[in-house]
Design a protein around this ligand. Structure first.
Ligand SMILES: Cc1cc2nc3c(=O)[nH]c(=O)nc-3n(C[C@H](O)[C@H](O)[C@H](O)COP(=O)(O)OP(=O)(O)OC[C@H]3O[C@@H](n4cnc5c(N)ncnc54)[C@H](O)[C@@H]3O)c2cc1C
Length: 629
C-alpha cells in the first residue's frame, strides 16, 4: 500500500515505521476536534454539551455507588502500595460485582454499562488506588474485552467475553525490548504450521501489565510478509497453553502492585481462529484498541486530580503561616484556582469524548481521545506536583509516617509516584503530538499531499497542484474573515464571548498550520517543535471549547453560575497559552537547539558531566574545567 506521505527520502528504519503506521491507519472522519485545525469550530457538534443523560446515569448508579463504598471501606491503597500486592479478596469482590466486564453486554455476562459510566468508574478508581485502576484498565481498556468487542468474531466473543467479564484477568502485549514507541522494530514472530491451521508464536514481550496473572493475552506479532510488506497480526493467547512463560515480574517507581512482566513465548501453538480481525491486521487492532482505550487515562486522571483538589483545599484552608491560611497567600491561591479550572476542563473533554462513543460505538474519537490523554496526563502531573508543594514537607512524607506521627495520612507522595507513568504509556506525550499532527494534517495531505509526492508521475502532481489551488483558493481567504457569531444559541454572555475568541484562535491556528506547510513542505514532518506547538494550541482549544459548552449546560439547567466562573478562569489562561503556542519562534533558535543536542549526543559536552558520579564509564576530557585548572 502506498502511503499518502512520500517516504522516499527517509532512512530504512523511519520508512518502515511510517509505512507500518500508515497501513494501519483508517481514513479520518473529521469531527469537532479535527476541525479546530482547519479553522472550523463546528458548534453543532459541541452544543448543547452532551453530558450524561439522566437514564444512563441511573443505570450506572447501583454499580458506581457500590464501587465508591467498596474502595473507601475495603481497599487500603497505601497497604497495596506498601506490600506490592492487591489482596485476592479485593480482586474476587470486584469480579463478583462485574468490575471486570463493565462495558461487556449482559448476554455475555457483563454489566453492559456505557462508556460514560465506565469513565466514571475509572474516575473513582483513579482517585483512590492507581494499582487497581491499572489492573482493571489494562484488562478492559486494552486487554481482551475491548478488542473482542470491537473486532471479535461471534465465536470468539461467545468463547472469551464471558470469561473475561467474570474476572479472568487479561492483558495486551505489544511492547518489546527494542520495540517501544516504534512497533516496526518488533521481532516477535508467528509462523504458519505446516498444515496452515495454526501459528507458532516465538519471542518475548516486555512490560506486559497484568501479564503475570493473566489467563488471556492479546499478543501482536509479525506474520509472514505479503507482497514484500511486513505483516502484523493480533492473536488471542491463553497463558495455560504450552510454551507461555512468565520470565519475571517488573517493578517500578510507582504502581508498585502492578502485575507487569516479561512474557516469553516459545513455539506456542495458536489456532487460526484466535486471530483478531484478520491476518496482517494486528497493528490496526492495536492502534484502534488504544484509540478508545486511552480514554480511560483522562478519566482516571480527572479522579486523581479531584482527590488532589480536596487534599489541597483542606490543607490550604486550615494551615496558617505568616498570619493567614496559606491558601490566602497569592502564590498558593493561584495554584488552587488553576487546579480547579483545569479539573473542570479535563472532565469536560472526557465527558464530551465518552458521549461520542455512547452515541455511536464506532465513532472516530482518535483525535479527541489522544488530545484528552495528552492534556489530562500532563496537567495532572502538574496538579499532583502543586498539591505536594501546597502540602509542603507533609506532601513529601509517606502516609504511613504521617499516620505514625498522628497526622492525617494524605498519600500525596504515592499519588505522585503512581501518576508519573501516565505521560509515558498508552502513547507517550511526544508520540501523541506526532499522532495528532498527522491527523491534523490529513485534510491537507488529501488536498495537497500528491503535489509533493516524488513517487508520482509529473502529470499527476500537476493535476494535484491545480486541484489544491482550487480548493485552497476557496478555503484560505475564509480564515481571514471576522468571526461574527460562534455558538449561536448560547445564553450566557461570558461563554458566548469566549467561544467567539476560541473560533478566532482556531482560524489563527489553521493559518499557522497552512503557512508552516507552505514554508517547510514535506520537511514539516521533521519540525517536531513547530508541530508540537500547533498541536498544543489545538489541544488547548479542545479543552477550552468543551469547558465552555459544559459550563453553559450547567447554567442552562438551573441558572447555576459557579461553573461559568470556573470556565471563565480557564478561558483566560487557555487563550493566553494558545496565543503563546502560535507565536512564531525564530528558526535560528530551534536550529541552535538541534545543533547543541547533536553535540551532546556526539559526546562533545561530556565535560559537563565531570564532577558527578555517573553510572557509565568515566572519560578522559580536555574540558573547560581542566583547561581552567
Ligand atoms: C508501567 C508500564 C506499563 C506498561 N504496560 C504495557 C502493556 O500493558 N502492554 C504493552 O504493550 N506495553 C506496555 N508498556 C510499554 C509502554 O507502552 C512503552 O513504555 C511506551 O510505548 C514507550 O516505549 P519505550 O518505553 O520503549 O520508550 P521509547 O520508545 O524508547 O521512547 C523513549 C522516549 O523517546 C521518545 N520518542 C520515541 N520516539 C520518538 C519520536 N519519533 N519522536 C520524538 N520522541 C520520540 C518517547 O516519547 C520517550 O519519551 C508499559 C510500560 C510501563 C513502564
Amino acid at each position: 500500500m502506498q502511503t499518502s506521505i512520500d517516504t522516499t527520502g527517509m532512512n530504512g528504519g523511519k520508512r518502515a515505521a511510517l509505512e507500518l503506521a500508515e497501513a494501519a491507519r483508517e481514513p479520518a472522519h473529521t469531527r469537532f476536534a479535527g476541525g479546530l485545525f482547519m479553522g472550523r469550530m463546528d458548534s453543532a457538534q459541541l452544543l448543547p454539551f452532551a453530558g450524561q443523560p439522566a437514564g444512563d446515569a441511573a443505570e450506572g448508579e447501583t454499580f458506581l455507588s457500590w464501587l465508591e463504598e467498596f474502595l473507601r471501606d475495603h481497599v487500603d491503597a497505601d497497604e497495596v502500595d506498601r506490600t506490592g500486592e492487591i489482596p485476592d479478596p479485593v480482586i474476587a469482590a470486584l469480579a463478583r460485582r462485574g468490575a471486570f466486564g463493565i462495558k461487556v453486554p449482559p448476554h455475555f455476562g457483563g454489566l453492559g454499562l456505557s462508556q460514560t459510566n465506565y469513565c466514571r468508574a475509572a474516575m473513582l478508581l483513579g482517585s483512590h488506588c492507581g494499582n487497581l485502576t491499572a489492573l482493571l484498565s489494562a484488562h478492559q481498556s486494552i486487554g481482551a474485552p475491548q478488542p473482542l468487542l470491537l473486532f471479535g468474531s461471534p465465536a470468539q466473543k461467545a468463547r472469551y467475553l464471558p470469561r473475561v467479564a467474570s474476572g479472568e484477568i487479561s492483558a495486551f502485549a505489544l511492547t518489546e525490548a527494542d520495540a517501544g514507541s516504534d512497533p516496526a522494530r518488533m521481532t516477535m514472530r508467528a509462523s504458519h504450521t505446516p498444515d496452515g491451521s495454526a501459528f507458532l508464536l516465538n519471542g518475548e514481550k516486555l512490560w506486559c501489565t497484568n501479564g503475570t496473572r493473566a489467563g488471556i493475552i492479546v499478543v501482536v506479532a509479525k506474520t509472514p510478509e505479503r507482497e514484500g510488506r511486513v505483516q502484523t497480526t493480533a492473536f488471542i493467547v491463553e497463558t495455560r497453553w504450552p510454551g507461555v512463560e512468565v520470565v519475571r515480574r517488573c517493578r517500578f517507581m510507582g504502581l508498585r502492585a502492578l502485575y507487569n512482566g516479561v512474557i516469553r513465548f516459545h513455539d506456542v501453538r495458536v489456532p487460526r481462529e484466535n486471530i483478531l480481525l484478520g491476518e496482517g491486521r494486528g497493528l490496526k487492532v492495536a492502534l484502534t484498541t488504544l484509540n478508545t482505550g486511552r480514554l480511560t487515562l483522562p478519566a482516571a486522571c480527572t479522579g486523581l486530580s479531584k482527590r488532589c483538589l480536596s487534599i489541597a483545599r483542606h490543607w490550604a484552608a486550615g494551615r496558617e503561616q505568616w498570619g493567614a491560611p496559606i491558601g490566602r497567600h497569592e502564590a498558593i491561591a493561584d495554584k488552587l484556582a488553576r487546579m480547579a479550572s483545569d479539573i473542570f476542563a479535563m472532565e469536560s473533554m472526557t465527558l464530551h469524548t465518552a458521549a461520542m462513543v455512547d452515541r455511536d460505538p464506532h465513532a472516530d474519537i482518535r483525535i479527541e481521545a489522544a488530545m484528552a490523554k495528552l492534556w489530562a496526563t500532563e496537567t495532572t502531573w502538574r496538579i499532583v506536583n502543586d498539591t505536594m508543594q501546597i502540602r509542603g514537607g507533609r506532601g513529601y512524607e509517606t502516609a504511613a509516617s504521617l499516620a505514625a506521627r498522628g497526622e492525617r495520612p494524605e498519600p500525596v507522595e504515592r499519588l505522585l509516584r503512581d501518576c508519573r507513568i501516565n505521560t509515558i504509556f498508552e502513547g507517550s506525550s511526544e508520540i501523541l503530538r506526532l499522532f495528532i499532527a498527522r491527523e491534523a494534517l490529513d485534510p491537507h495531505l488529501a488536498h495537497g499531499g500528491q503535489v509533493f509526492d516524488t513517487r508520482l508521475p509529473v502529470g499527476r502532481r500537476v493535476a494535484a497542484a491545480l486541484h489544491a489551488a482550487f480548493h485552497y483558493g476557496g478555503w484560505y481567504p475564509r480564515l481571514w474573515w471576522p468571526v461574527l457569531d460562534a455558538g449561536g444559541e448560547v445564553a450566557h454572555p461570558v461563554i458566548k464571548h469566549h467561544l467567539r475568541e476560541a473560533a478566532v484562535a482556531s482560524r489563527a491556528l489553521a493559518r499557522a498550520l497552512f503557512h508552516a506547510m507552505l514554508r517547510h513542505g514535506p520537511a514539516l514532518e521533521r519540525r517536531q517543535l513547530l508541530l508540537g506547538r500547533l498541536v498544543d494550541a489545538g489541544t488547548e482549544l479542545f479543552a477550552l471549547s468543551t469547558s465552555l459548552a459544559h459550563a453553559e449546560a450547567h447554567f442552562e439547567r438551573n441558572g447555576e453560575t459557579a461553573a461559568i466562573t470556573v470556565a471563565d478562569h480557564f478561558a483566560r489562561g487557555s487563550l493566553r497559552r494558545v496565543k503563546e503556542a502560535l507565536t512564531p519562534r525564530s528558526a535560528k533558535t530551534e536550529d541552535a537547539s538541534r545543533r547543541l543536542a547533536r553535540e551532546v549526543l556526539d559526546g562533545k559536552l561530556r565535560w559537563l558531566e565531570d564532577g558527578a558520579v555517573c553510572g557509565q564509564t568515566s572519560h578522559a576530557s580536555a574540558t573547560p574545567w581542566s583547561l581552567a585548572a
